[in-house]
Design a protein around this ligand. Structure first.
Ligand SMILES: [Zn+2]
Length: 447
């Protein structure tokens, strides 16, 4: 039996504070959100030097429906980098926590995100209700994230779990998987929260079999992308259910969490408004269209964010969830936009898609993918590194696997791309340890 997401009740209780007779429906939620958006705009414009200038042509009267939000300019991490103090809407003394994020791609360097005690309470409240999707009173949760300092993610999770009579135990990132396995056994852990590959290092450790299938009932993975192969691995080794959480520091650490139907994230919609925009043009997209996740915060005191671009690729899922919720959901995030290339108007191909399609082929060590222009048509060329094994069947297997990948199959059928050459070669990586695989895009550049 699939339990309905606990977030529905929580969202309704928050809506009821301003709309006492509210019912939980998409239209009433939208009415509530419209009111909250107006409050956010008023608040930000009156208190933050950045928004005062940035939104000077926009007043709350310009907002008659949610669609009107498209008229507000988008914001992004570059606005925050170096200018964070201009976003601040409270005095420094009211700031309880500052998180500094480093951007490796930008010369600007760092961006600061500020939170008041009330902002932090909003997050703890979300963690409390979100976690009740996957844990029950009396259980123990091992948190494989930092939590030694006040108001870090681990610390807030412990506080949130206490509210539902669940014991949260902070372990921190795993350096020694064998030690984490011992901890799980000794403390009789029921659920694990962590980031995907670090948590997988525990499940895949040779001692992990001694935990016994069924000991760990649920795992919550928090990340902007989780490969289906990683989820299957947890299910196989621990016999557990794997839930995804989606969030970022800018969202106040939490954004949304899957329900027991695993059909997209139920979002924190009483605290935030989510949109999907075209990553190139910034235009608002319809439900079902893939694009960049953009959010606006409600009631955030220190640093409200308005139409903030996340860089994450996803889409809105309309219609009721199999769990019974009537609200729209956000599809599982496909990854970070810089890791994707565009195929035609409606399709995106990313490193995660190719990893899923190619690493299941036996002998494959690495690959290099390029989208090139051939006879004025986009074609995908693949060079595969299979060590000393150069059998023709491998190339046929790769071609077949590529054409069956959902992301490519639809794009090929619609003529947005075709598979070009698939050949053997040695894939050279730069020396840098931060190297990430990338699809070389010579098509969109030439267009
Ligand atoms: Zn659901």
């Amino acid at each position: 039996m699939i339990h309905r997401t606990p977030l529905d009740k929580w969202i309704l209780s928050k809506m009821s504070k301003t709309l006492p007779s509210a019912n939980l429906s998409q239209s009433e939620l939208e009415y509530y959100q419209l009111g909250k958006l107006k409050e956010t705009i008023d608040y930000a414009k009156s208190r933050s030097p950045f928004y005062k200038g940035y939104l000077k042509h926009f007043t709350r009267d310009g907002l008659t429906c949610l669609e009107d939000m498209r008229r507000l300019p988008l914001t992004n991490s570059e606005h925050v980098e170096g200018r964070a103090p201009e976003f601040l809407c409270v005095s420094q003394s009211e700031v309880q926590r500052i998180v500094t994020l480093r951007n490796l791609q930008s010369s600007q360097g760092t961006r600061r995100i500020y939170f008041t005690a009330s902002d932090i309470e909003q997050t703890t409240d979300f963690f409390h209700h979100g976690m009740s999707t996957l844990v029950e009173p009396g259980q123990r949760v091992l948190i494989l994230m930092p939590g030694d300092r006040p108001d870090t993610v681990g610390d807030l999770l412990v506080k949130a779990l206490e509210r539902m009579d669940v014991e949260g135990i902070v372990y921190g990132f795993v350096m020694d998987p064998a030690d984490a396995v011992q901890k799980i056994k000794r403390q009789e852990i029921d659920a694990v929260v962590g980031v995907p590959t670090n948590t997988l290092s525990v499940a895949r450790h040779e001692d992990s079999a001694s935990i016994g299938r069924g000991r760990i009932k649920t795992v919550l993975l928090s990340s902007d992308y989780v490969s289906p192969a990683i989820i299957r691995e947890f299910e196989r080794i621990w016999g557990c259910r794997v839930f995804n959480h989606y969030g970022s520091t800018e969202m106040g650490f939490g954004g949304g969490v899957e329900c027991q139907a695993f059909s997209g994230y139920h979002m924190r919609e009483a605290d935030m408004f989510f949109e999907i925009v075209d990553p190139n043009s910034g235009e608002l997209l319809e439900p079902g269209e893939l694009g960049e996740v953009v959010f606006t915060t409600f009631g955030r005191q220190a640093m409200p964010l308005i139409r903030y671009r996340t860089g994450d690729l996803s889409k809105i899922l309309s219609g009721p969830c199999p769990c019974g919720s009537p609200l729209t959901r956000l599809d599982r995030v496909r990854g970070r936009i810089p890791d994707f290339v565009r195929l035609g108007q409606n399709h995106w191909l990313g490193v995660p898609d190719l990893d899923d399609a190619l690493f299941c082929v036996d002998k494959l060590i690495d690959y290099q993918a390029s989208l090139i222009c051939r006879n004025n048509q986009p074609q995908l060329d693949i060079i595969v590194d299979t060590g000393s094994s150069h059998k023709r069947q491998i190339l046929e297997r790769i071609r077949q696997s590529l054409t069956q990948t959902v992301a490519l199959k639809n794009a090929i059928e619609e003529g947005a791309v075709s598979i070009g050459s698939v050949s053997f070669g040695v894939v050279r990586k730069p020396e840098s340890s931060s190297f990430k695989r990338k699809i070389v895009d010579l098509w969109n550049l030439s267009g």
